[in-house]
Design a protein around this ligand. Structure first.
Ligand code: GLU
Length: 426
């Protein structure tokens, strides 16, 4: 049977947007560049462990709804696996797998003693009550309790989860374990053993990467025109930090639309009016689309929303000279090539968004030692870690003549590959 040409094209397009496939492609390239044999790739191309669970929750109308959840543990050769849990209707097994590989790479780049993990539940928290969210959070922990723990796999917040959800999860785990176990999860409220600076850590890490990238490009942050796609945890804090540093935040967006003002948006007002899911553009009449937002005239573009936003369809229309990925997976492989051919400096997700897991690591260390640090200590340590990661990736890109994404994967995968070999796995 001859496949229809339209089908072949559609399949090719789907493959390009398949985050797991494209992650595997770059991991393979990185391992080849580093000279590792194929069995190392065979080990690292998928998580070592993947659990799918069904979570029954009694809803407010007294009916029982069954939700599907996942937990992926990519590789634990270096240390316990670590990574967030997202609550989103589009969560899929493939996405969670790719996200767990990205967590391994992040840990490698910023040199944390972890491998990557990730979890997700297929649900829409925007349509659930507080009580239902508590039920699903506790149910998820009961379902995965055997494979997680402070020395096995440590969850954290991700898309549409927050410190309250971490608190319920920690409480449920502590009940199962029969003692208080704060190091089981990070991103907790301060009073339950959370760390100063954790909530804004991802945006802090992105800000540090923007500053380093701007130095390389000779761009002053003060007065620079910045566009931020997404107004969730990362995007909103980032817009604030850039605004505080004197940058001109000319565009922001949420899932419903985008706002643009060439003279700079009133960030304080927008932060004040956003809801807890980061929605704010619905309050305005003059909005533009997310597509238009990405193509705005600006110096620094920060995709801080979801996957596959910069693709071969719009990469040639991006006007920024620096793109810093605060979201996981916003740029496809083709678009990465197109941006780097055009001389745009791309700081990839696995480096730019590593601030969150870095401060999560600090939180876990503080929980383990029972001694807590000041906000200044956390910030200073985070700064050192991110700058070192940035320098390593930038230098690798220059010396090995590869784009920043491949360089980041090379730096990120090395420790994990070496640890797996020392352990005699491959
Ligand atoms: N979910 C965040 C990420 O994608 C943070 C993970 C963590 O803190 O462990 O990096």
């Amino acid at each position: 049977m001859v496949a229809d040409k339209a089908d072949v094209n559609a399949n090719e397009k789907n493959d390009k947007l398949d985050v797991l496939k494209s992650t595997q492609t770059v991991v393979k390239k990185a391992l080849d560049k580093l000279g590792y044999p194929n069995e190392v790739y065979e080990l690292l191309k998928e998580p070592i462990r993947m659990m799918t669970v069904r979570i029954p929750v009694r809803m407010d109308d007294d009916s029982i709804k069954i939700f599907t959840g996942f937990r992926a543990q990519h590789n634990d050769a270096v240390g316990p696996t670590k990574g967030g849990v997202r609550f989103h209707p589009n969560v899929s097994e493939k996405e969670v797998k790719a996200l767990s590989i990205w967590m391994s790479l992040k840990a490698g780049i910023v040199d944390l003693p972890y491998g990557g993990g990730k979890g997700g539940i297929v649900c829409d928290p925007r349509e659930m009550s507080f009580r239902e969210l508590e039920g699903i959070s506790r149910g998820y922990v009961r379902a995965i309790s055997q494979i997680v723990g402070p020395t096995k796999d440590i969850p954290a917040p991700d898309v549409f989860t927050n410190s309250q959800i971490m608190a319920w999860m920690m409480d449920e785990y502590s009940r199962i374990d029969e003692f208080n176990n704060p190091g089981f999860i990070t991103g907790k409220p301060l009073v339950l053993g959370g760390s100063h600076g954790r909530e804004s850590a991802t945006a802090k890490g992105v800000t540090i990467c923007i500053e380093e990238a701007a130095k390389k490009k000779g761009i002053q942050i003060e007065g620079a025109r910045v566009v931020v796609q997404g107004f969730g945890n990362a995007g909103s804090f980032l817009a604030k930090f850039m605004h505080d540093k004197g940058a001109n935040v000319v565009g922001i967006s949420d899932a419903q639309g985008a706002l643009y003002d060439p003279n700079g948006l009133d960030i304080e007002y927008l932060l004040d009016r956003r809801d807890s899911f980061g929605t704010v553009t619905n309050l305005f009449k003059n909005t533009i689309s997310n597509k238009e937002l990405l193509e705005l005239d600006c110096d620094i573009l920060v995709p801080a929303a979801i996957e596959n936003q910069i693709t071969e369809d719009n990469a040639d229309k991006i006007k920024a000279s620096i793109v810093v990925e605060a979201a996981n997976g916003p740029t496809t492989i083709d678009a990465t090539r197109m941006l780097s051919e055009r001389g745009i400096l791309l700081v990839p997700d696995v480096l730019a968004s590593a601030g969150g897991v870095t401060v999560s690591y600090f939180e876990w260390v503080q929980n383990n030692q029972g001694y807590y640090w000041t906000e200044e200590e956390v910030e200073e340590k985070l700064y050192q870690v991110i700058v070192k990661g940035f320098d390593n990736v930038y230098r690798t890109a220059e010396t090995r003549r590869v784009d920043m994404r491949l360089a980041a994967y090379m730096v990120g995968v090395r420790k994990m590959a070496e640890a797996s070999r020392f352990r005699g796995w491959v």
